[in-house]
Design a protein around this ligand. Structure first.
Ligand code: EPZ
Length: 425
């Protein structure tokens, strides 16, 4: 097992090249199944979830190769089948393969998806959308089996703007006869990236950026080369790190317009943020002021940055109320922050944070991807050494958080720790 060790407090200074977006590349990789041919993706992050998606696609007959940050996929030999259970349980995005598999092969078999334990994460909206297009879906325990003789365009109304369900619906609609209208669609930038990719591949998708999308199905698709945009959540993580630790950094390769709410929060905490053509410059010369916020579907404040900004509020001047409106169990990091001296009280969907001048280093454990990133953020501002175990969660979404933060002056390293002794017998 390995742990991330950080000695603080250390101010940060320099430039961080932001990796390609995890939550954009995963649905685009799934959508590649819709076309029998070649797809080349640039700026692909080399992270666990991408490797896992590649293994699933290879199991389905695709040939995938990741060289540096360029992913090439040959989907000509792809055939239907069941998504390998072990892989499906590793990440939530496995469920997004259902739409393209139904569209290409007329069937899809998987198990309830895994992913970060941040709430119940049902898939009822995915099933509703695919059934509306004509799929027959049977759920028996954890097993999900779907078939569709054909998919027909229709109107799909989503009762909640689910990112994954919107992506599944768009991909299945690309293979459906006729026109599909998706009302109540999610508006996250990753949906826009998926729509752009599908249009580059020959599909007809209108309404990008709105909550009403229109897809004209069964357009002829062709080979495509496409670049994945920078990861707004990784950039938002490092924005939080600079605010907590102090200093300045240029976050290169991310569209600043995708970070409107996090930047607004950062400025109200006292940071100086300047949007540039190819990134965001952030400066923090003093201790942040505590500011509360409420998470919600885009363009509201992103739930994926809730834990990181809670860590910032934990060392800020004053008190803050944070409300988590997207996932019902996304405050688990508070317990670990309390081990570092944070004053946080959780009550249902509310967190009450009383900022302290200094946290202290401690042994803490990451229990989910973004919670792990929040512990890194807190450790940068804490007095002494913090050892963060559970790195495998962080590696699911951050290509190399030690490299990124070490490059701007953080005292961060990776340490091999004794793996827990497994009792014999
Ligand atoms: C995507 O998850 C992201 N993951 C998540 O990022 C992100 O937190 C989330 O969108 C919200 O922005 C990927 O893109 C791979 P949802 P997804 O469906 O699609 C409920 C990270 O850290 N819901 O928009 O699973 C659900 O329970 C990850 O990178 C239903 O009720 O999110 C939740 O309360 C974590 N029924 C809410 O909607 C459904 O069928 C939002 O979920 C689907 C969702």
């Amino acid at each position: 097992m390995s742990a991330i060790c950080i000695r603080g407090p250390r101010r940060l200074n320099g430039m961080i090249r932001i990796q390609g977006s995890k939550n954009a590349v995963l649905p685009v990789m799934a959508a590649s199944l819709l076309h029998s041919g070649f797809v080349e993706l640039g700026n692909v992050p080399d992270i666990q979830d991408v490797r896992c998606m590649m293994e699933i696609l290879e199991h389905l007959g695709c040939v995938c190769r990741l060289e540096g940050h360029t992913l090439t996929m040959d989907t000509r030999m792809a055939r239907g089948g069941a998504i390998p259970e072990k892989r499906a349980r590793l990440m939530r995005s496995s469920i997004m393969l259902m739409g393209p598999m139904l569209g290409r092969f007329g069937r899809a078999e998987t198990v309830s998806p895994g992913g970060c334990s941040i709430g119940r994460r049902p898939i009822d909206l995915h099933i509703h959308a695919l059934c509306r297009l004509g799929a027959d879906i049977h759920v028996e325990g954890e097993r999900i089996a779907a078939t569709a003789k054909r998919l027909d365009g229709t109107v799909i109304r989503l009762s909640y703007p689910s990112v994954g369900a919107t992506e599944n619906a768009i991909m299945a609609a690309v293979a459906a006869e006729g026109v599909t209208v998706i009302e109540g669609a999610a508006r996250e930038p990753e949906i826009g990236t998926l729509c752009l990719f599908l249009r580059e591949m020959g599909a007809t998708v209108a309404g990008m950026g709105t909550s009403c999308l229109k897809v004209h199905g069964r357009q002829p698709l062709h080979d495509v080369a496409f670049a994945i945009p920078g990861d707004r959540i990784v950039a938002g993580t490092y924005l939080g790190a600079v605010i907590a630790a102090g200093g300045s950094a240029f976050l290169a390769g991310v569209p600043a317009r995708h970070l409107a709410e996090p930047v607004k929060l950062a400025c109200s905490m006292g940071a100086d943020c300047t949007a540039h053509e190819d990134g965001l410059l952030v400066r923090m010369e003093r201790r942040p002021g505590a500011v509360g916020f409420v998470t919600g579907p885009y363009p509201e404040f992103p739930t994926d940055l809730q834990s990181v900004m809670m860590a910032v509020d934990a060392v800020a001047d004053g008190n803050a109320r944070i409300r988590e409106m997207v996932f019902e169990d996304r405050f688990s990091t508070a317990k670990e922050l309390q081990k570092m001296g944070a004053h946080i009280i959780i009550d249902g969907d509310m967190a009450f944070v009383e900022g302290v001048r200094r946290l202290h280093g401690a042994r803490v454990e990451a229990r989910d991807l973004r919670g792990g990133a929040a512990l890194v953020t807190a450790a940068l501002a804490a007095e002494g050494e913090t050892e963060i175990s559970g790195c495998q969660y962080i590696e699911r979404g951050y290509e190399d958080i030690c490299r990124d933060l070490g490059g701007v002056g953080a005292d961060v390293s990776r340490r091999v720790t004794a793996s827990p002794v497994t009792p014999v017998g």
